[in-house]
Design a protein. Structure first.
Length: 298
């Protein structure tokens, strides 16, 4: 669901960047005390794990499409909404800068769709009430589906406001909702499974090490077998290709593309090395966030 530079115009993209920058600032302020209360190694390794998990695209039978887990509800379930928002924002920024996965002009939209909606809309309205009624596993499944479906609707609105979708809006909506429903169900079951594991005492004690090990395995090995079929958003766009006007004009688009061409150095090297380096960059960035958070909490 990573929107690119060419699908979001600056009139839509820049206000979203400012809005999500503000949201990151307030989320960081709100979560400062969490860096003392929460398990900091868990925050770092879980961020790395979710980053690696997003590398694994799985084919969706009979569609010609693929999908990948986003992982924001998992982060919320094991950390807190504010920490989860910081973690996912960090992941999306690293993906955009070093892998050109998601455009720089669209980074605000991507953070809103994949971080803000799950953390600050789905979590308080769906996940938390269900969890408080001891329906945590149902909360994981329902919230994962809801987060992806609401994110899909947000994509429709953002691309329409950008003037990128000039027709077949209802078809685009139905395609996005359908394919992300399937992806959301897979994500929901995986999130539920991991949450069940963390309830086990031995897993909980070793969770930081386990997430770190699996992050390396996912990024360094399993990602080599990921599906190369278009993901849900790409698949939906391909199916309405005659109704798309790409936003490739203007100085802001040119600057964004030029910056990404310079920063996306990991796209030019061996995929195995690139994935491991990306994992290290995300982990190091998460460490810096926790250090800053602990300093500010004092």
């Amino acid at each position: 669901m990573h929107l690119g530079n060419s699908i979001i115009c600056p009139v839509t993209g820049i206000p979203m960047i400012l809005a999500m920058g503000t949201a990151v600032f307030f989320a960081f302020k709100k979560s400062r005390n969490d860096f003392d209360k929460k398990n900091i190694p868990l925050y770092i390794t879980l961020t790395a794990f979710v980053f690696a998990l997003q590398m694994i695209n799985f084919a969706i039978p009979s569609t010609g499409s693929s999908g990948h887990v986003i992982g924001t509800i998992l982060l919320c379930a094991l950390l807190s909404p504010s920490l989860a928002f910081l973690s996912m924002s960090l992941i999306l920024i690293v993906q955009a800068l070093f892998f050109a996965d998601g455009g720089l002009t669209a980074i605000g939209c991507n953070i809103f769709n994949m971080a803000f909606i799950p953390c600050f809309i789905v979590y308080p309205l769906l996940f938390k009430p269900l969890k408080e009624k001891n329906h945590e596993l149902s909360a994981c499944l329902i919230s994962s589906v809801a987060a992806l479906e609401l994110g899909s609707i947000a994509v429709i609105i953002e691309t329409t406001l950008s003037g990128s979708i000039t027709g077949n809006l209802s078809n685009f909506l139905s395609l996005m909702m359908f394919i992300h429903l399937l992806i959301g169900i897979v994500e929901g079951f995986l999130t539920s499974f991991i949450v069940i594991l963390t309830k086990n005492q031995w897993f909980n004690k070793a969770s930081s090490y386990i997430f770190a090990i699996f992050a390396v395995i996912l990024a360094g090995l399993i990602s080599n077998y990921a599906s190369n079929k278009p993901d849900g958003l790409e698949w939906a766009l391909l199916n309405i290709s005659d109704s798309i006007t790409y936003q490739t004009q203007g100085i802001i688009y040119s600057i964004s593309e030029a910056i990404q061409a310079k920063t996306a150095v990991l796209t030019k090297i061996n995929p195995f090395i690139a994935n491991i380096l990306g994992l290290l960059i995300v982990s190091a960035s998460a460490v810096l966030v926790t250090i800053k958070g602990k300093i500010n909490a004092k």
